[in-house]
Design a protein around this ligand. Structure first.
Ligand SMILES: CC(C)(COP(=O)(O)OP(=O)(O)OC[C@H]1O[C@@H](n2cnc3c(N)ncnc32)[C@H](O)[C@@H]1OP(=O)(O)O)[C@@H](O)C(=O)NCCC(=O)NCCS
Length: 219
């Protein structure tokens, strides 16, 4: 039985949630951000990322709230994920991000060349990653859980499990018969959460940051 926090509500993300979504993202992925950028970026980077996801995905960007405060999020993609990268370019988001970067709004206008190489590699990996998975025939499904994070003080209390349940329900209502996700091999809490939520390991892939486990759940 999950130790659900009282008054947990699940709803679609809104633009006014951007600051807290960026904060949860930064807290959950700070190690990865520092590994790539060499420092924690300004919150504007996370806000722009979630603003893009909310624009493109609408109700598939979901938050969990307690007493009207956002404590976690899940991003699900009920269609071919390469649409995300396509809309990133056709919607001009790439240009807005470059301009914000040049204006110093992300807090790292000047970074050493080695970091620039690392950022480019991560962006390249991400794009290849999204397209590559869509083409993978052996697994044969495209709906996926793209990202999930819960505020540290609310972790281990069932918020992540509740977000996954809601995400899977939305995918099911859209006619999906299976969902997939990728998780870093070293991310044991996330792997455990996914296992408990009914996802099974179906394969592995590698990128410049290391190994990912591919997991699948029939829905
Ligand atoms: C992964 C994450 C979303 C889990 O959220 P959560 O709200 O803590 O998850 P739940 O409370 O629903 O936990 C469900 C199960 O996950 C496992 N789990 C959660 N936190 C754990 C931890 N710190 N260590 C080990 N297992 C953990 C437990 O098995 C738990 O089951 P239990 O209640 O029987 O103990 C959260 O740890 C997080 O935000 N991590 C940082 C961001 C991240 O890595 N996201 C995933 C990659 S996109």
């Amino acid at each position: 039985m999950e130790k659900l926090v009282p008054e947990l509500t699940i709803r679609s993300a809104r633009k006014e949630d951007l600051p807290v979504l960026a904060e949860i993202f930064e807290e959950g992925f700070n190690r990865e951000l520092i590994a790539v950028l060499g420092r924690t970026p300004r919150r504007k980077l996370g806000e722009d990322l979630f603003s893009f996801l909310i624009d493109i995905l609408g109700e598939e960007a979901i938050v969990a709230t307690v007493a009207d405060t956002v404590v976690g999020y899940i991003i699900i993609v009920p269609h071919n994920t390469s649409q995300l990268s396509r809309k990133f370019f056709t919607g001009g988001y790439w240009l807005k991000w470059i301009l914000s970067w040049l204006r110093g709004e992300y807090g790292f206008r000047w970074i050493p060349l080695v970091r620039v190489v690392r950022v480019v590699r991560v962006l390249r990996d991400t794009l290849i990653f999204l397209r590559y998975k869509d083409r993978e025939k052996g697994i044969g499904f495209e709906c996926r859980v793209l990202c999930i994070a819960v505020k540290r003080e609310f972790q281990g209390r069932g918020v992540g499990a509740a977000l996954i349940r809601e995400g899977v329900e939305i995918l099911k209502n859209k006619g999906a018969t299976a969902a997939r996700l990728e998780v870093r091999t070293v991310n044991l809490p996330a792997r455990r959460l996914y296992q408990k939520s009914g996802f099974c390991e179906v394969g592995k892939v590698r990128d410049s940051g290391g190994e990912w486990i591919i997991m699948k759940k029939s829905i």
